[in-house]
Design a protein around this ligand. Structure first.
Ligand code: SF4
Ligand code: SF4
Length: 391
């Protein structure tokens, strides 16, 4: 007698879906040979009883089966799994391509559409009016950009609107002034770079943002632009057309150059033991590991110690890949795991260089009752220069 298959065992292969996934991912899942290293590497496995089954997700994408349980929305696009994938599968890109398909099929999680609407109506994911975009610069001399400036200071949405990150933007403006750099911002005309649309997989809208911004930057005569956030840096460096004429730099790269050129000099000691948390979009996504450390090491009095998981092995804060805009329960946040990593080093200050990392790490350290202070590299530099660090 033939065995009757249980309904749960019946899997329908959908050729149409397979073709759409292959097209959306440019065939990137094809080389996956199902070793499961990605599932074992993914930090969700350290926080949840059921890890995010990345291997299964890749398998379903490979053979054209509908994705289940919204697993692709957990991914922070930290790319830790990609570092170890023996087949070089661009796993985060596959996750984003699957999200893009979910938008087309109407299957996005609650709350995600409202972030896109905020970007559409207000020009930022923070749901704040564009007229408040320059509110961060109170008390700091911030000129309007002109093509005669050395650089455009691209502040970014989070440092423009989030009160904690505004301090970092002010610190940077003061540092640029101290170094004698001629800089300016686009003021209320500064657009969102599109990172939230990228991370949440709304790639049709992202293309529109990029086109409009490229026109605006050309109109304004922008060439070198220095970003506060590694996310904005990544957008301009890797997702805008290579012939757009833009030369993006993350501010840690720019400060390292200013120090090398002798334009930034530290006279006062800053006596503290620091440990640096590598933001995923600076480190793994763009290979910028040395510059933030070079900036911190140039300050007399600083002792820099490394966490066990650093550089390419660094643990994600949990705020990338659009996860800043999706709730994560307390106790299930990647940054919660960083508390122990920092404590092991004995550092007084946890330093990073990304507004999302600052928000996630500060939350987790506070929740854990840790006395360790969280600072941005820019705040450490501004405090060392005595130009107003965290103000
Ligand atoms: S690590 Fe790479 S090859 Fe292995 S299952 Fe994951 S995606 Fe496939
Ligand atoms: S990119 Fe990071 S969060 Fe996403 S599956 Fe890989 S390890 Fe997990």
């Amino acid at each position: 007698m033939a065995r009757k298959a249980a309904a749960a065992e019946v899997i329908t292969l959908d050729d149409g879906l397979w073709e759409r996934v292959m097209e959306a991912t440019h065939g990137a899942v094809a080389p996956c040979f199902q070793c499961g290293v990605c599932t074992a590497t993914c930090p969700w496995g350290l926080l949840q009883e059921e890890p995010v089954n990345v291997r299964r997700l890749m398998h379903r994408a490979q053979i054209g089966i509908e994705q289940e349980d919204g697993a692709m929305w957990w991914c922070t696009t930290c790319r830790a799994c990609e570092e170890l994938c023996p087949r070089g599968v661009p796993i985060a890109d596959v996750m984003l391509a699957l999200r893009d398909l979910a938008w087309k099929d109407g299957g996005v999680p609650k709350g995600v559409s409202s972030v896109m609407w905020a970007m559409y109506w207000d020009g930022n994911p923070w749901r704040r009016p564009p007229t408040q975009r320059t509110g961060w610069s109170k008390g700091v001399d911030v000129p309007r950009f002109s093509p005669a400036c050395d650089v455009l200071f691209y502040v970014g949405c989070t440092p423009s609107y989030d009160s904690r990150s505004q301090k970092v933007a002010r610190a940077l403006a003061r540092i640029f002034g101290e170094a004698g750099v001629t800089f300016g911002t686009l003021g209320e005309r500064e657009p969102c770079c599109g990172d939230a649309a990228y991370g949440l997989g709304q790639h049709d809208y992202l293309r529109q943002i990029i086109e409009a911004n490229t026109r605006l930057f050309a109109e304004e005569g922008v060439s070198t632009l220095v970003t506060t956030s590694p996310h904005c840096y990544d957008m301009f460096a890797n997702h805008y057309a290579k012939d757009s004429g833009l030369k993006p730099l993350h501010y840690t790269q720019y400060l390292a150059t200013l120090i090398d050129e002798g334009k930034l000099r530290f006279e006062r000691p800053f006596e503290a033991t620091l440990t640096f948390h590598d933001p995923c979009y600076l480190g793994r996504a763009n290979g910028v590991y040395d510059e933030p450390r070079a900036v911190l090491s140039a300050i007399p009095g600083v002792t820099l110690v490394e966490m066990q998981r650093s550089r390419a092995d660094a643990l994600c804060c949990g705020g990338g890949g659009g996860r800043m805009w999706i709730d994560t329960k307390a106790g299930e946040r990647f940054a919660d795991l960083r508390v122990a990593d920092v404590a092991e080093t004995g550092a007084d200050i946890l330093v990073t260089a990304c507004p999302h990392c600052i928000a996630c790490l500060e939350d987790s350290l506070k929740m854990a009752g840790s006395a360790v202070r969280v600072m941005d590299v820019a705040e450490v530099v501004a405090e060392a220069l005595d130009v107003g660090g965290a103000s």
